[in-house]
Design a protein around this ligand. Sequence first.
Ligand SMILES: O=c1ccn([C@@H]2O[C@H](COP(=O)(O)O)[C@@H](O)[C@H]2O)c(=O)[nH]1
Length: 276
Amino acid sequence: MNKQQLFENIKRKKSFLCVGLDTDIKKIPEHLLKEEDPIFAFNKAIIDATADLCIAYKPNLAFYESMGVKGWIAFEKTVNYIKQNYPDQFIIADAKRGDIGNTSAMYARTFFEELDIDSVTVAPYMGEDSVTPFLTYEGKWVILLALTSNKGSHDFQLTEDTNGERLFEKVLRKSQEWASDEQMMYVVGATQGRAFEDIRKIVPEHFLLVPGVGAQGGSLEEVCKYGMNKTCGLIVNSSRGIIYVDKTENFAAASRKAAQKVQAQMAEELKKVIND
Ligand SMILES: O=c1ccn([C@@H]2O[C@H](COP(=O)(O)O)[C@@H](O)[C@H]2O)c(=O)[nH]1
């Protein structure tokens, strides 16, 4: 999916919501445990209940890999289910990969060839040769960690060099030499508030993947105020705030309600920048 198609989906659905499929066997409703594949059964119900309200799904690999082979099977089934039934959805493998070049090439092969996923999150710490193998696939996206939502973002990302440049700013500037806004997005945590203003000075046109609303307490309003651009430029993720609002047989309808609430807020925010 290219940038224009993503923007068209956002306008059509009046939504820039990404539902995070952080599916934990210990948190899903008990009645699903009798299913052959409870993780997939849960994901399928959540996807069917929310697909008209969101433009992306973000399964986080940690939740699947923690279950070994069964987890990988559930992950692959989930990706295929979305692709077959909701082909307009942008799929993000939140895997935070990155290694020496030939190893990164294997990660890229996994997500882009074997699974044909739209995008993968990548850590920038190992530099250019750890990122460029992901960029050799046309139509696929790298989502580079820039300024994350957690407290630990202060340890490295927010520290300044002698010229006053913060590490996340260096990541944004340097990585633009590797790919354009048609192939690269950045992760910026919703908890980072006004930093979005500084980020937009360096990457005015790029899409940003924004986790941290909902359970982590980031403000959607603030993210939009400082981070939205003329093509929206935001994919805002919520995982626990949507998928775990109810543990009964009614869980999917409850998740839909939670997604509807966020989507309605997003529709209002979009009106401020998009006229058609
Ligand atoms: O800076 C980051 C980068 C990634 N994440 C991931 O996003 C979701 C957030 O889940 P919530 O339940 O909505 O808090 C999760 O998969 C994280 O690993 C992030 O939170 N912050």
